[in-house]
Design a protein around this ligand. Sequence first.
Ligand code: HEC
Ligand code: HEC
Ligand code: HEC
Ligand code: HEC
Ligand code: HEC
Length: 220
Amino acid sequence: MSQLFQPTSNTLARLALVALVAGPLLLAIIGGVLARSKYMTGEGRFVEQEVPFSHKHHAGELGIDCRYCHTGVEVQADAVVPPTHTCMTCHSQVWTNASMLAPLRKSLAENRPLAWKRVNRMPDYVYFDHHVHVKNGVPCEACHGDVRAMPLTRQAAPLTMGWCLGCHTSPEDHLVAPARVYDSAPYEGRTARDRDFARMTVARLAHQGRNLTDCSTCHR
Ligand code: HEC
Ligand code: HEC
Ligand code: HEC
Ligand code: HEC
Ligand code: HEC
């Protein structure tokens, strides 16, 4: 009889019991933390728009340049979401009667901009600037993912302070030659020119005495 209740089998039974109860609990907690973090940052989130504009179709398949629509991206902080007349350069001729484009025609007729909902958004107390990144070799894809493959635009990065600082602490591996910032998969096959440019940029920043992790870089 006593053989059945040895101390070792007791310990094993307890361990099994603990694993049975605590295992799923632990998994649930870890799962919850991961799910909540993505839920809170909005990473991966899609936004339904009045007109289901597809980057996959326009920028990917038709190959329209990002700058044709986002005219601010190389010259100012705001990249600019295109006004209706930019769409109408083509859609006054193609797909003129599509019901999908009815809000676009209404916007033109009433001379009122379409109400595009924001996908990526910084809080008011954070300063962000597009051209300073784009002109200095930070690819769109580093922050927005592979937009050319997106039927609906989604937020590709967490956009948290920790995420910004990840690159600001050591930007060298994240920079390419400025001519390549619009490329798909810019980090695949980084060239000697990309690396030279990255090294020069880091050296220039040091020479200018600029530290990208100073609070005042993003909070002014
Ligand atoms: C034909 C015009 C057009 C072209 C070309 C285009 N876009 Fe857009 N883009 C839009 C419109 C319209 C929106 C707003 C609707 C939406 O969010 O999908 C937008 C939204 C975006 C957003 C999200 C803006 C926000 O609210 O945060 C990003 C990021 C973006 N575009 C990146 C790109 C990149 C990168 C390229 C080039 C690979 C590109 N776009 C090419 C028209 C265009
Ligand atoms: C350079 C020309 C061009 C511009 C600029 C352009 N489109 Fe298009 N768009 C097209 C073509 C071509 C089609 C496909 C028509 C077809 O499939 O027969 C299309 C199709 C669409 C469709 C149908 C769904 C799809 O993607 O196939 C929507 C919606 C649309 N465009 C919205 C827009 C909006 C909004 C803008 C402005 C931000 C815009 N387009 C700017 C050429 C353009
Ligand atoms: C270093 C990260 C980063 C890079 C690189 C970047 N963006 Fe953005 N983008 C952002 C952030 C952050 C926002 C939200 C800005 C805000 O709310 O003030 C944004 C917003 C946008 C918007 C909405 C309008 C606006 O300016 O708020 C568009 C359109 C856009 N980006 C397109 C592009 C295109 C096209 C490129 C490449 C040429 C690009 N972005 C490169 C981070 C980036
Ligand atoms: C992938 C790399 C990368 C990411 C991600 C990134 N940055 Fe930057 N950022 C840079 C580099 C490199 C510079 C310096 C550009 C230069 O002047 O050479 C810079 C410069 C800036 C500047 C200009 C500073 C000045 O002195 O004028 C601001 C503001 C800024 N970043 C804000 C942000 C914010 C906010 C985020 C997050 C939403 C962010 N950045 C994400 C690489 C990045
Ligand atoms: C590269 C850009 C960047 C730099 C540098 C930076 N921040 Fe931030 N900070 C952000 C962004 C983006 C957010 C908003 C997103 C978030 O809350 O993660 C933010 C949010 C914050 C918040 C609000 C946090 C909250 O939970 O609401 C505080 C406080 C803050 N930053 C303090 C600082 C201090 C102090 C420094 C200097 C040691 C600093 N930041 C440097 C980009 C930056």
